[in-house]
Write a protein that binds this ligand. Structure first.
Ligand SMILES: O=c1ccn([C@@H]2O[C@H](COP(=O)(O)O)[C@@H](O)[C@H]2O)c(=O)[nH]1
Length: 278
């Protein structure tokens, strides 16, 4: 039976009880090798299972990066399906990082893939790209509402190249990113304690320069390997820092394959974030 409690409500509880952290499951070939595994399907399976075993019962959010599973074709996707199911079963919220976005009728198929409870890839939330127009995401918004799921729309991404599109200013004087954030805020209006429609805002930004008060979660990739630290979060997110979900992949995963070392590394980030948010 699927829990249709809104994603934002479930996420608020997870962040408050487990700490503000999302760990990415990014099985880079180089990490598999560093773990003493082969860069093949068996290596992928062992890597993913170990991360889930180490972290799913203690970290608020696990974020599998779909690309690293898709590179092994259908058998890699089968590993992804098992990882998602096992992580959810162990108590983590699963945010599928697939960054989907297309015209509405195709978007409906993507939404069914990740947000329909009878799908083998059913996840608690999905990253989406609003760059075909925020309205093109409507089928995903509708299915998320219906099934208690969440969406994270790319607003200000952590990579330096994102700015040329996302900071562009339209005829109404607002940046593209600000327009995305306004649409998310409208979707979250009245939701308590937290809306289910989040934004991706990189922790690597010098400053956000937009209104981040969307009454929803702010996924902050870029902590760790991309150079940001917990200490950057108050500067970038200001009074919204309590709604931030800092996301770390390589800087935690490099501590494997030891389950204990993975747990310890994640706990260090949780503690560092707590120190700057309290
Ligand atoms: O703006 C964005 C959006 C998504 N990502 C994804 O997050 C992880 C980051 O991995 P690290 O190893 O912690 O750098 C990765 O899956 C990206 O695709 C992002 O980095 N920036």
């Amino acid at each position: 039976m699927t829990d249709t409690t809104p994603f934002g409500t479930r996420l608020r509880t997870a962040l408050d009880t487990r700490g503000q952290l999302c760990v990415g499951i990014d099985p880079h070939g180089s990490l598999l090798t560093a773990w003493g595994l082969n860069d093949d399907l068996a290596g992928l399976e062992t890597f993913s299972r170990t991360v889930v075993e180490a972290l799913a019962d203690r970290v608020a959010v696990l974020k599998p990066q779909a690309a690293f599973f898709e590179r092994f074709g259908s058998r890699g996707i089968a590993v992804l399906e098992r990882s998602v199911a096992e992580a959810r079963e162990a108590g983590a919220l699963v945010l599928m990082d697939a960054k989907r976005g297309d015209i509405g009728s195709t978007m409906a198929a993507y939404a069914e893939t990740f947000l329909a409870p009878d799908s083998p890839l059913f996840s608690d939330a999905l990253t989406v790209s609003p760059y075909l127009g925020f309205g093109s995401l409507q089928p995903a918004v509708d299915l998320a509402h219906a099934n208690g799921c969440g969406l994270f729309a790319l607003a200000l991404t952590s990579n330096p190249e994102g700015h040329e599109v996302q900071r562009a200013v339209g005829a109404d004087g607002q940046s593209v990113a600000q327009a995305v954030l306004r649409r998310l805020a409208a979707e979250n209006a009245g939701a308590e304690p937290l809306g289910s429609f989040g934004a991706v805002v990189g922790a690597t930004l010098a400053d956000a320069g937009v209104d981040l008060a969307i009454n929803g979660p702010l996924l902050a990739p870029g902590v760790g390997a991309q150079g940001a630290t917990a200490a950057d979060l108050p500067r970038v997110f200001g009074d919204q820092v309590r709604n931030v979900v800092p996301s770390v992949s390589r800087d935690v995963l490099k501590h494997g394959p030891s389950v204990q070392a993975l747990r310890q590394a994640a706990q260090v980030f949780v503690d560092d974030v707590r120190a700057v948010t309290n």
